[in-house]
Design a protein around this ligand. Structure first.
Ligand SMILES: N[C@@H]1[C@@H](O)[C@H](O)[C@@H](COP(=O)(O)O)O[C@@H]1O
Length: 280
């Protein structure tokens, strides 16, 4: 159906489409995503990596740990910035995202933990802390690759629907849907914060490359809105349609609501052929 058209073959590299990679399952998604980060660190050991929490990136982190232990990559020169943190939780709190990152990645790799940054949930002045976080990112030279998950309502980081599409790091109120989704990480009688500090959508858009992972049927509507919906603050991830270098790595279940899956798969297959031919 798409066979002959040279314009289609070169479409991705020339027109900088949102790259959509649809894979069989969550294991394939994690492996594909991990490979992007492994290549980045091999190319540039001083990379500045934007990291994410949630359940989706956990197996990607596992693969980065394995690659470090195998000596294939090193984080010794790397710097990291996490997307977000619960406001009111210190980094030592077991439900904080700093704690999560230590458990899932930082404590198992050769990174200098003074080069890992997570917004300070216990800051005495959160507004000043948000400005400080932006300044730290800038001082590090900006983020080379930003990893993202996505919420069921299309949020990225903690940029909930109605977030400004140009927003910077700031305090955000969480929606009931996000509080309910994340309740699974908290004990029944445990305090669950309703506020966060999150990089803004503008902050995320400044990353040189963005890699968004999504798996499972409960992400299908958010992925449809991200890819095929209008550019709207009602789906914060739709802002990625404006990014110059973004790849969505999703499994079949998360892709299930897309109306043009075959076309996206075709573009990706052609893109892979082109990259192989160019030795990229
Ligand atoms: N702030 C995080 C997001 O960064 C993450 O993308 C989302 C989805 O999490 P999961 O991957 O567990 O579905 O959860 C939280 O709200």
């Amino acid at each position: 159906m798409y066979g002959a058209a040279v314009t289609v073959r070169y479409s991705l590299l020339l027109d900088q489409f949102m790259q959509i990679v649809i894979l069989k399952d969550s294991a394939a998604v994690a492996a594909y995503g991990a490979n992007i980060f492994i290549k980045q660190l091999q190319k540039r050991s001083h990379s500045v990596l934007g990291l994410a929490t949630g359940s989706t990136p956990v197996s990607l982190y596992q693969q980065l740990i394995e690659a470090t232990k195998a000596g294939n990559i090193s984080f010794s020169n790397a710097t990291t910035f996490n997307l977000d943190e619960y406001l009111g939780l210190a980094g030592t709190h077991p439900q904080s995202y700093r704690y999560f990152m230590k458990q899932q990645l930082f404590d198992h790799i050769d990174i200098d933990q003074t080069n890992t940054h997570v917004p300070p949930g216990d800051a005495a002045n959160p507004i000043a802390a948000c400005q400080g976080y932006e300044q730290q990112i800038e001082a590090a030279g900006g983020i080379d690759i930003q990893l993202l998950g996505i919420g069921r309502n299309g949020h990225i980081g903690f940029n909930e629907p109605s977030s400004g599409l140009m927003s910077r790091t700031r305090v955000k109120t969480l929606t009931k849907a996000t509080i309910d989704d994340n309740a699974r990480f908290f004990e029944a009688d445990e305090y669950q914060p309703h506020l966060s500090i999150t990089m803004g959508i503008g902050t995320i858009m400044d990353a040189k490359k963005v890699v968004l992972l999504a798996t499972g049927a409960n992400k299908a509507e958010a992925i449809k809105a991200t890819v095929e919906g209008p550019l709207t603050a009602a789906c914060p991830a739709s802002a990625l349609q404006m990014h110059k270098d973004v790849v969505l790595v999703i499994d079949e279940a998360a892709a299930a609501s897309l109306s043009d899956c075959d076309f996206y798969k075709h573009i990706e297959a052609e893109n892979q052929k082109l990259m192989a031919r160019l030795g990229l």
